[in-house]
Design a protein around this ligand. Structure first.
Ligand code: FES
Length: 105
């Protein structure tokens, strides 16, 4: 299983995905420069990603906490999510996201 992550230079990275891990954890573990300052506690919005539209519709709904935090992100897109709030499962094999500018170190 894998996820596809586009970095700040437009380069797509194929990352090995692990069931039960969050998308933020997998991006960080792969060595991509994601800030994720709060470590996944949903209190910083620096793990902001833009999800490819077809995949966005397949993700579980945002929690109220995630909606509140995304309000603090610099530039929010229709398919913005906080990657620490997306837990990977096999139905997300092939998920495509792009690091948002405010998430990049
Ligand atoms: S890492 Fe802080 S909100 Fe996701």
């Amino acid at each position: 299983m894998k996820i596809l992550v586009t970095d700040g230079h437009g380069v797509e990275h194929e990352i090995e995905a692990t069931d039960g891990w969050t998308v933020m954890e997998m991006i960080r573990d792969a060595g991509l420069p994601i800030k994720a300052e709060c470590g996944g506690s949903c209190v910083c919005a620096t793990c902001h990603v833009i999800v490819e539209a077809d995949w966005f519709a397949k993700l579980p709904e945002k929690t109220e906490e995630e909606v509140d935090m995304l309000d603090l992100a610099l530039e929010v897109f229709d398919t913005s999510r906080l990657s620490c709030q997306i837990e990977f499962d096999p139905s997300l094999d092939g998920l495509k996201v792009t690091l948002a500018p405010d998430a990049i170190m």
